[in-house]
Design a protein around this ligand. Structure first.
Ligand code: PLP
Length: 421
């Protein structure tokens, strides 16, 4: 709080814009931390929430169910690879990951293989702020103070790549070799591997190829290790497809979703698995049940918002399918020639690049808040991740607004020497 400065008070949001109490308009270039996929104040979702609140606002989700949860289940399963058919509801991304970790751990115990209890993660991976999720993303460097509370995992290099990367294949081969050697040294030790597929978010919008994901999945599957895709950020159109697993043609065993699920209106999350995993828990023996619940599990209002969001997403698919080409054209027009800017990368609605920021690299660089402030002064909500600047706007952002964003980014980065080598 001492270094954060005063928070800005926001009066209303509409589409890609936020209006502050003092009347200033700010373009939300990061979908309010990756959740607001249709833009702010979407009336269809707001109406669905209103109607549902009058009908049934909440009910215990043990021994009861309701239409919004059932409708959402059907809509989600329709868009996911067809082996997924069981959904576990919760209320935030970290918990969706926590559930996936517990589910894969207990899966092996229920099958009589308790030795499979260790996890594989990826360098820089971020999976949330609860203890299990922190452990899975232990290499991200955010939680050194909590290290004694976290469990150990094995960490593999993430083969981050960008446009024109000459050594992509080499990095991928090294990463796959590292996975293979872990698996061959201890063939019966791993419960699961967890990865943010195609894009590592908090690590700095680091992107890997679809081909790499497919090879990784094949390798893990051959050893029996479960594959968990943390699609908390990449889900719901972000990567230019409904889900990253679909884009890459992969079939993970477990997938975690949250963030964009309600279009950014309410907290909700799901952990989805295959029938094979579900069957390992389906038993007369209560000890085999997955013990995990939260008071707001499957909240009907959140589910109704998610149903409205899914329907909207189907009707406006074109927006997330076509945003990458808009990013590519504008990046070329406005940013490619900026001195010090490089490692340009795209994945669907996400565009990222690195700039030179003086000082220590990474998240804790003291000059990064200054860059954030400059963007804000220019009317842009952009939060660089270390020296990575990224744009991840709501899908409703129109062509003129996109162009305005890129021209302003250029202006900020070419002002008073920022970003020059
Ligand atoms: C990939 C990924 N997993 C999990 C989380 C945690 O989600 P939440 O903030 O809803 O707990 C995040 C949040 O940024 C994320 O990006």
């Amino acid at each position: 709080m001492k270094t954060a400065g005063q928070p800005l008070s926001v009066k209303r949001g509409h589409g890609s814009f936020l209006e502050l109490d003092d009347g200033r308009q700010i373009i939300d270039c990061i979908s309010s931390w990756w959740v607001t996929i249709h833009g702010h104040g979407n009336e269809r979702i707001a109406d669905a929430i209103h109607k549902q609140a009058l009908e049934l606002e909440q009910v215990i989700f043990a021994g009861f169910t309701h239409a919004p949860a059932q409708d959402l289940t059907a809509l989600l399963l329709k868009q996911l690879p067809d082996h997924f058919n069981r959904i576990f509801f919760s209320d935030n991304g970290s918990t969706a990951v926590e559930v996936a970790l517990k589910m894969s751990f207990q899966y092996w115990r229920n099958l009589g293989k308790p030795q499979r209890k260790r996890f594989i993660g990826f360098a820089g991976g971020y999976h949330g702020d609860t203890l299990g999720a922190m452990s899975a993303g232990g290499s991200s460097g955010f939680w050194d103070s909590f290290r004694p509370l976290m469990f150990e995992i094995d960490t593999i290099p993430f083969p981050a790549t960008y446009d024109g990367d000459a050594v992509r294949e080499q990095k991928e081969a090294e990463s796959l070799t590292a996975v293979a050697s872990l698996l061959s040294a201890n063939p019966d030790m791993y419960a699961a591997a967890i990865i943010e597929p195609l894009v590592q978010g908090a690590a700095g919008m680091k992107m890997c190829s679809e081909e790499y994901l497919r090879k990784l999945e094949t390798l893990l599957r051959a050893s029996g290790t479960l594959v968990i895709f943390d699609e908390v950020m990449t889900g719901f159109g972000r990567t230019g497809e409904w889900f990253a697993c679909r884009k890459a043609g992969t079939r993970p065993d477990i997938i975690c979703l949250s963030k964009g699920i309600t279009g950014g209106f309410l907290p909700l999350a799901v952990t989805i698995c295959s029938e094979a995993i579900y069957q390992a828990f389906y038993s007369d023996d209560l000890e085999k049940a997955l013990f995990h619940s939260h008071s707001y599990t499957g909240n009907p209002i959140a589910c109704a918002a998610a149903v409205a969001s899914m329907n909207l997403l189907s009707e406006t698919e074109d927006r997330f399918l076509s945003m990458e080409s808009v990013h590519r054209q504008l990046a070329k027009q406005y940013l490619f020639d900026i001195p010090g800017a490089g490692c340009f990368r795209h994945c669907g609605t996400i565009f990222a690049f690195d700039v030179t920021v003086e000082g220590k690299p990474g998240y804790f660089n003291k000059n990064v808040p200054e860059l954030r402030r400059k963007f804000l002064d220019a009317g842009l909500l952009i939060r660089p991740l270390g020296s990575t600047v990224y744009l991840m706007p709501p899908y409703c952002t129109d062509a003129d607004t996109m162009e305005l964003v890129y021209s302003k980014v250029r202006k900020v980065l070419t002002q008073d020497g920022q970003s020059t080598n």
